[in-house]
Design a protein around this ligand. Structure first.
Ligand code: SF4
Length: 341
């Protein structure tokens, strides 16, 4: 379905600029944006996937991953086709890159904002997550859904690569309660060569969304030989720490995928090394994911060190939360940072 992409502006030269993400595509009549799902038609930018979900699941919120955010609850999760990045290691390339690789074809099942909210409520979800592909490329669809979700008492989660423009964040901030933002590497070369993007706008986005009061958790997929040097890992940890030592950091294991089949999986030792660096730098919440390591998936009180959220089994399978509704540690009274109710 097509709907006006209202986060856009007409330029004097007749082109239309999309103001949703930092790619800032300037498009002539008939042209598509880098994401492949925003197109100028009759002089107006259109979002071609409004109300058209290509992937829909009910997931544990831990799977987003969001760990200091309504632990043990379910998130109604959906995404569309299309993406503003072109990561060679994308786990969801079959939807994210589909329009670019199939002559701008799109696909999906009808899922209006109202339907999404109703299904979430019927299934006892506490939140809606915009995920699987990059949500900022279907901004208007997420905005309408998030607004309606808030009215019905649901929270909203953006799972994103962090290319949202400031203008988009201004619009989303009243409705988006949590974001999981990837910092995929800490060099511009990594972003340019492997993701088709740049590092700086991502860091700016993290800072700006944080300044707007959105709860943010960071994810870094560690890829052997590509972004896993001590220097890069420490750089990301320090960036997070300088912004907010309570911002959780998820270190995720890579497995060969899509256009990166020639790189081996991340060894457990790399994840442990990165975990130790994160803790050395002073981050309060560091987690290891995509690998069997329950001890480093649980949450420990930053004050007394006791385990306060116990995570076992597959991600989100068994979650025992010992915190109260305010996130208070039962052992020492420290109020853990996060979204707890
Ligand atoms: S959302 Fe799509 S069209 Fe808009 S700036 Fe980003 S890549 Fe370009």
């Amino acid at each position: 379905m097509s709907a006006p992409a209202w986060l856009s502006k007409k330029l004097d030269d007749g082109r239309v600029i999309c103001e949703a993400c930092s790619q800032r595509c300037k498009l002539k009549e008939g042209e598509y944006g880098i994401c492949g799902i925003r197109k100028v038609e009759n002089g107006e930018l259109q979002l071609l996937t409004y109300g058209l979900a290509a992937a829909v699941h009910i997931d544990p919120v831990e799977k987003k991953p969001m760990f200091n955010f309504l632990p043990g609850t379910k998130a109604f999760s959906f995404g569309t086709v299309g993406c503003n990045f072109s990561c060679k290691f994308c786990q969801n390339f079959d939807i994210s890159q589909y329009p670019k690789e199939h002559d701008h074809q799109i696909f999906g099942e009808e899922l209006s904002p109202k339907m999404a909210v109703e299904i979430a409520l019927e299934n006892g979800c506490k939140s809606i997550a915009y995920t699987y592909n990059e949500p900022i490329v279907f901004f208007e669809y997420t905005y309408d859904t998030a607004k309606l979700a808030h009215e019905k008492g649901l929270k909203n989660i953006y799972v994103t690569s962090g290319y949202e423009s400031h203008k988009a964040i201004d619009k989303l901030a009243p409705y988006v309660d949590g974001m999981n933002i990837d910092i995929k590497g800490f060099t511009d070369e990594f972003y340019k060569e492997i993701c088709g993007a740049r590092l700086k706008p991502v860091l700016e986005c993290v800072k700006y969304a944080h300044s707007k009061g959105i709860w943010i958790e960071i994810t870094t997929l560690l890829i052997p030989g590509k972004n896993d040097s001590d220097e890069e890992i420490r750089g990301i940890a320090q960036f997070i720490h300088d912004l907010d030592p309570a911002m959780p950091w998820h270190l995720s294991a890579f497995y060969p995928m899509y256009k990166m089949l020639d790189v081996p999986p991340t060894p457990a030792s790399t994840l442990r090394r990165a975990y130790d660096i994160g803790k050395e730098v002073g981050l309060k919440y560091v987690y290891v994911g995509n690998i069997d390591d329950e001890a480093h998936e649980s949450t420990y009180c930053p004050s007394c060190g006791k385990m306060v959220i116990d995570r076992r089994g597959h991600i989100g399978q068994y979650v025992t939360n010992h915190l109260d509704e305010e996130g208070t540690c039962p052992y020492c009274g420290y109020k853990l940072e996060g979204v707890w109710h």
